[in-house]
Design a protein around this ligand. Structure first.
Ligand code: ADP
Ligand code: MG
Length: 950
């Protein structure tokens, strides 16, 4: 029986050409912090684990004192913080296990420990017996996961250009034999116990773990290399060199190269294929030993070198049979996990190195400096969107791991901290770098392209093999104890062979019987063969059918996967878009924040400016109103002063005028006297000289002595009625400029002649000539017109010329009573029938009447009320107006009985009339009141106004 030939099966589906997947997803560098326990209990501690993600640094007392308290407590946050109680296993679970998982799923990883010397970097990475670090645990997990699916040694073969080739089974076998003969291949130890006790029991078997979802339909091979970077030189720790015990050669440094995929690798570095954890350990310890020897021989300080342990995992899918590795170089996937134990990060000064050691230390420091710079630039580029060149090439360490930051992979860092106070300052620097590193993002590795074969090939192949051997056993397959009995049974089913011993030459029964049995057996055999062939064919067709189905299903699955891939891609794109938009949103929020702050500042400014403006406006208002007040005050003062001065001027002018008039009058008088004397001397007339002295006596005071309380009826525009004037007044050029006094005097002079012609005397005349009566052509002294004598008074001469025509006894009066007059309840009241009563004389009233009477009241200083009835006649003027000629004054005096006895005026004395009385009347009732036609002005008012004029 043989396995159905692979060639007869359906065509091998081609693996889809791996397309370059768009990878927009990024993860930040995972930074973990591990705090080691203090060396001794009494040491001062400067680190405190606050939470599972935060640690706090306390400045030690010494530093506080030295720096004047400049140091503050500082907190640093990481992805996770591990305190002193954390076990190596727990650390591994969190930090390295996901990287190993990724490695098995074809993704690259980089894990490094960072910290000052003695902070536990090596302890974390390598560990100690029973306390295996991340490295042995990673190796253990890898082998636990892939052991059943490992390819035979040399099936995978590294080339010199960081690539991986596959060999067929035969070539691999041949190479194996060749190497074995050279005895260079280490024998895989069968158990851990056989190993060096130094690293034999690093991992507790109970702690063994393995990855999930390992692809069973692939074959795996693990390759390890171990390098050391010291003083910026790369040394291969696994290189096998013939040892010259007499003159040991110094190790040769290696160079870095870039492969066709632009990945960096150490050219010519030994990559050892290991088949188990133990073997890998063994190789690692070999390298460690070599490192130690080199350090001692070359007098190097181990803490100043970086060690890099690279685990490469090659995997290729099994062929369609699930038996052999697919012989296709393109199908080989190589992922690698680099475990880096960095040199102590402390500054040179602390190491107390000298000479070349100092220079070396400087270089080593330089490489860590470069690492820091690279991280800084990367962070800046990523955060600010800049495209600064990252100086990877400045040191070997950064150059080697360039692809992790430039390309894709998962990067993790364990920051080791020694909490002792001595390390405080260095630790702080370490923390700062670590915090910054967290902000760098690395592209997330993409999933491995799906291989085109149906899954479960390995199992099917196994099952087939088992089934085959079972059947073989049944049908006499490969013989072993059990198979033999099966064969025996099968043999027993054949007819037994007859005895074939020939004893007699003539025996012709035995042979024919044997022939017959053998023929029978032959027939059975043929039958069985036919049966077998039939069954085989049936099985074959069945298998082919199954295979066809499987291929169809595979294709279907393939199809679905393709669709799934597309959907995935879409999701990825959308996620990237979301990421972008989120970033944008954040940016905008930040901008909004800034704008809001700016707005607030501006508003604040605006408010303060407004306040200032308001206060200034208020001040301005205040000042303005102050100014206005001042102005008003000044104006008031100015007008007051002006008024005062005007009054003063007027008073002075008036006084001066009066004075001048008096002088004039006196001169006139003198002139007249002189004239009279002259004329007297010419023609002898006896009366004239008598008059003259009286005149002198009569007219000493032309100025009005007293003003009454009632409106003054004195007209200022004094007309010399043309009809009265017989000759034009000699000195005065115009009537308006004529003074009252001069008018009166002139009139006085003419009165004797006029009276003969029937002219009317003005009240002024009357007042002036009080006690005199005009009778016929001579002067008759009359007593003053006191009230008690009113009834006995003789009628005044009336000028017939201008007398209004009126029927006898039907005289009409204008009774002018100013509203200021008091109503005195006297017994003797003038009875004026048909009188028109007015409070102010109007032209209309005057035109209707021919008589006028003004009732004028005044209060004397002794309380006596004097009522004067000033009478006159109304004439029509030529201009069409009305003219009143005063003819008489009646005075009524009323006395209060309780008032002190009044100084009675001697009314009987004609020659000594009280000047004040008649002069006052003279002031009030001038020669005439003339009102022009149409004038509505109160003559009193008229007079007042005119008098004001200078
Ligand atoms: P580094 O490599 O950073 O210079 P090491 O790993 O050599 O420091 O650690 C120095 C010492 O501290 C070692 O003896 C190690 O056993 C011990 N040590 C470090 N970390 C721990 C820890 N977490 N628990 C116990 N011992 C530790
Ligand atoms: Mg160390």
């Amino acid at each position: 029986m043989s396995r159905p030939n692979a060639n007869t099966k359906g065509k091998t589906p081609r693996r889809p050409v791996p397309k370059k997947q768009v990878n927009n997803q990024k993860d930040p560098v995972g930074v973990y912090c591990r705090v080691r326990p203090l060396g001794s209990e009494d040491e001062e501690c400067c680190v405190e684990v606050i939470s599972s993600t935060t640690i706090q640094l306390h400045p030690p007392d010494g530093i506080k004192a030295n720096r004047n308290g400049e140091f503050k407590e500082t907190q640093y946050s990481f992805k996770k913080v591990f305190g002193i109680q954390i076990s190596q296993m727990e650390l591994f679970e969190d930090v390295a296990k996901p990287l190993v998982d990724d490695l098995i799923h074809c993704k690259n990883g980089l894990l490094f420990t960072y910290g000052v010397t003695g902070s536990g970097k090596t302890y974390t990475m390598t560990g100690s017996p029973g306390q295996g670090g991340l490295l042995p645990r990673s190796l253990d997990m890898i082998f636990n996961s892939i052991s059943p699916y490992q390819a035979k040694r040399y099936v995978f073969k590294t080339d010199d250009k960081n690539g991986m080739e596959v060999q067929n089974q035969v070539d691999a076998l041949l190479e194996r034999q060749k190497r074995e003969s050279q005895q260079s291949v280490p024998k895989t130890p069968s158990s851990r116990q056989k190993l060096d006790p130094e690293f034999a029991d690093m991992i507790n078997p109970q702690e063994a773990c393995r990855a999930e979802d390992v692809d069973e339909d692939s074959s795996y091979s693990v390759f390890v290399s171990y390098i050391e970077i010291y003083n910026n030189y790369i040394y291969d720790l696994l290189e096998e060199l013939p040892i010259d015990p007499i003159k040991p050669k110094p190790p040769q440094s290696k160079i870095l190269r870039e492969d066709q995929n632009h990945n960096m690798y150490v050219a010519g570095c030994t990559e050892v294929e290991v088949k188990s954890t133990e073997e890998a350990f063994e190789v690692f310890w070999r390298g460690q030993k070599k490192r130690r020897i080199a350090n001692t021989q070359l007098n190097r300080e181990s803490s100043r070198s970086h060690s890099v342990f690279i685990i490469k995992l090659a995997q290729a899918p099994l062929d369609a049979d699930g038996d052999n590795v697919l012989q296709d170089k393109n199908q080989v996937n190589v992922s690698q996990l680099c475990l880096v134990d960095l040199a102590g990060s402390e500054r040179t000064s602390r190491t107390r190195a000298e000479g070349s050691r100092l220079r070396e230390a400087g270089n080593i420091n330089q490489s860590l400096m470069t690492l820091r710079t690279c991280i800084e630039v990367l962070r800046e580029n990523q955060m600010c969107g800049t495209n600064k060149m990252v100086p990877y090439r400045d040191s070997k360490v950064t150059h080697l791991f360039k692809n992790y930051f430039d390309g894709e992979g998962k990067v993790r860092m364990v920051v080791c901290v020694n909490p002792k106070a001595e390390d405080y300052e260095e630790t702080m620097l370490v923390m700062r770098f670590a915090e910054m590193t967290q902000e760098v993002e690395v592209a997330r590795p993409v999933d491995r392209p799906i291989c085109g074969f149906a899954a479960g090939r390995r199992q099917r192949n196994q099952a087939f093999k088992e089934e085959l051997s079972r059947r073989l056993e049944e049908r006499g397959g490969p013989i072993d104890g059990e198979t033999l009995s099966v064969m025996n049974q099968l043999m027993q089913s054949f007819p037994p062979l007859p005895p074939s011993e020939l004893t007699d030459p003539t025996d012709d029964h035995t042979l024919p019987r044997l022939i017959e049995v053998l023929e029978k057996r032959h027939r059975i055999r043929q039958m069985l063969t036919e049966e077998y062939n039939k069954a085989a064919n049936m099985l074959k067709s069945m298998l082919q059918e199954f295979d066809g189905n499987l291929v169809a299903k595979d294709n279907f699955i393939q199809d679905q996967r393709g669709k799934l891939g597309e959907k995935d891609k879409m999701i990825q794109n959308q996620k990237a878009e979301i990421d972008r938009l989120e970033k944008k949103a954040k940016m905008l929020e930040y901008k909004i924040d800034i704008l809001q702050k700016t707005t607030n500042i501006y508003e604040e400014d605006k408010r303060s400016l407004q306040q200032e403006l308001e206060s200034r406006e208020q001040r301005l208002q205040r000042e303005l109103s102050e100014k206005r007040r001042m102005e008003a005050r000044m104006q008031g003062m100015v007008s007051d002063t002006k008024l005062k001065w005007e009054k003063e001027c007027e008073r002075r002018v008036n006084a001066k005028q009066m004075e001048m008039q008096n002088k004039l009058w006196v001169k006139d008088e003198k002139l007249k006297q002189l004239k009279a004397i002259v004329t007297e001397s010419q023609c002898e007339r006896p009366e004239k000289p008598q008059r003259m002295p009286r005149k002198d006596k009569d007219e000493p005071a032309p100025t009005p002595a007293k003003r009454s309380a009632s409106p003054s009826p004195v007209p200022v525009q004094v007309h010399w009625p043309p009809q009265v004037r017989q000759a034009p007044p000699s000195p005065s050029p115009s009537p308006s400029s004529m003074s009252v006094a001069s008018c009166i005097s002139e009139w006085e002079q003419r009165v004797p002649q006029d009276s003969r012609q029937g002219r009317v005397h003005t009240p002024g005349d009357t007042g002036r000539r009080r006690g005199r009566c005009w009778t016929g052509d001579g002067e008759v002294p009359v007593r003053p017109c006191d009230l008690e004598e009113l009834g006995q008074r003789t009628g005044l001469p009336v000028r017939p010329r201008h007398r209004r025509s009126h029927s006898a006894g039907a005289e009409r009066w204008v009774d002018h009573k100013p509203p200021s007059n008091l109503e005195l309840d006297t017994v003797l009241q003038p009875n004026l029938p048909n009188a028109i009563k007015v409070s102010a004389p109007t032209e209309k009233a005057l035109s209707k009447c021919d008589k006028y009477v003004l009732t004028h009241q005044e209060v004397a200083s002794d309380g006596e009320i004097r009522t004067k009835l000033i009478k006159g006649e109304v004439f029509k003027t030529r201009a069409g107006g009305q003219s009143v000629h005063f003819t008489d004054i009646e005075t009524l005096k009323q006395e209060c009985p309780t008032a002190p006895s009044r100084k009675r005026r001697s009314s009987g004395k004609e020659d000594d009339p009280p000047e004040g009385d008649w002069t006052d009347v003279e002031t009030r009732c001038a020669v005439a009141v003339e009102m022009r036609s149409g004038s509505k002005m109160d003559p009193a008012l008229h007079g007042c106004q005119k008098r004001r004029k200078p």
